[in-house]
Design a protein around this ligand. Structure first.
Ligand SMILES: [Zn+2]
Length: 384
């Protein structure tokens, strides 16, 4: 906002506006008809000046652009990344400011972007076109979120405690009292085997559909809660391009020294602190190459090899990482397509403890069991 106000005072040969001075009507209407939202491309921007504390004059709210549903303004499109109650100054996580240079990755990518523009491999217009392409993808491919929010966490812990192996089917040993009284009998292992059998069809389905939830359960739970019954972008239409972008980003990482020194060779992308800049750049080169990797590699070679001075102001443009949260959304959709699973009242760990308590009580070992390790569950009875 500071940039546009400075530019308009330059163009209109008016001195810069004071903090409290009113913005001329002509400027306002120019802004409303000239500025577009970087995500949904609607017009109608209004300026909201910085909010200052009445007592000490400190800025309590940053200045920002508002796309209000008032007068001629239509507001953001419902699928816009800025739609809804987003805080002032909010940058959606999938948008990437290429002018950022706050760490090694963003600095290296800013240099690549500035060089790419200077060499005319792409221009700012292409970066905008990519955002628009992505917005169209969002409009065209939708699905409605219906996933039970508690399911991902329960499945994650089911996979942590229980096992299913197609090569060696589980078998149930008769756990007579004599067996339970073996001096070193492992009640935990027995409980795990018991639950693995109980939930075998689910474990089998997770294995067959290659469902990996590890580390994503709480993210998916939040998405399922926030977007329940809502229509959202179906990321699976981009699966192939996601894989392509990951591969290409790795290629850039390996072959561009300023990036290669930042991560670990065994996990190029995962070891980078903030890979979204790199993913956004890789996706951009693929996008302007019609998603043909060999063409994109050629463009990268030109940029990486050219010795042009870097004009950092060229990077003042909003890029896009179309694959933000991709894996979590993809997994959410897969989980939604599983057989109907009713999430039990007890967690997997609690179910195991109930089983252990019952088994130990059966052979008179209850007292020896560490009561700190479990809590009693009123109303719960034997699990068989
Ligand atoms: Zn918008």
């Amino acid at each position: 906002m500071e940039q546009i106000l400075a530019r308009m005072s330059e163009e209109s040969a008016q001195p810069g506006l004071g903090k409290a001075a009113a913005i001329p009507e002509a400027w306002k209407s120019h802004i409303a008809t000239d500025l577009e939202c970087p995500s949904c491309f609607r017009y109608g921007a209004e300026i909201v000046r910085a909010g200052r504390s009445k007592t000490d004059g400190q800025v309590v709210r940053q200045a920002y652009f508002r796309f209000a549903k008032s007068g001629a303004g239509t507001g953001h499109h419902p699928f816009c990344d800025f739609a809804g109650n987003v805080p002032a100054g909010h940058t959606p996580e999938n948008l990437v400011l290429f002018s950022t240079a706050k760490d090694g990755v963003s600095r290296a990518v800013r240099e690549l972007v500035c060089k790419g523009i200077a060499l005319q491999v792409f221009e700012q217009r292409d970066i905008r076109a990519m955002r628009e392409w992505f917005f169209r993808q969002k409009l065209e491919s939708q699905f409605v979120v219906s996933l039970e929010p508690k399911l991902p966490g329960w499945l994650e812990s089911l996979k942590r405690y229980c096992h299913w192996n197609p090569r060696r089917p589980l078998r149930r040993f008769v756990l007579s009292d004599d067996v339970l009284r073996i001096p070193d009998f492992d009640f935990r292992a027995a409980a795990r085997a018991e639950l693995s059998l109980r939930y075998q069809p689910i474990l089998e389905e997770l294995f067959e559909k290659k469902v990996f939830i590890h580390g994503m359960a709480s993210r998916i739970e939040k998405m399922a809660t926030d977007f329940q019954d809502k229509s959202v972008f179906d990321p699976t239409v981009l699966s192939e391009r996601y894989g392509l972008t990951q591969n290409f980003a790795e290629f850039i990482y390996v072959n561009y020294a300023p990036l290669a020194k930042l991560g670990k060779d065994y996990a190029p992308l995962a070891s980078l602190k903030n890979p979204k800049y790199l993913l956004a750049f890789a996706a951009l080169l693929l996008f302007i190459s019609d998603w043909q990797p060999d063409v994109a590699v050629g463009k990268f070679a030109r940029i990486a090899s050219a010795a042009v001075p870097v004009d950092e102001s060229l990077g003042n443009v909003m890029g896009l990482n179309p694959f933000h949260d991709f894996e979590a959304w993809e997994t959410l959709k897969v989980l939604q397509g599983l057989q109907d699973i009713e999430v039990p009242m007890l967690t997997v760990k609690e179910e195991m403890e109930v089983w252990i308590t019952d088994a130990r009580r059966r052979v008179g070992l209850y007292q020896a069991y560490d009561p700190q390790a479990h809590t009693p569950y009123p109303g719960c009875h034997s699990t068989e």
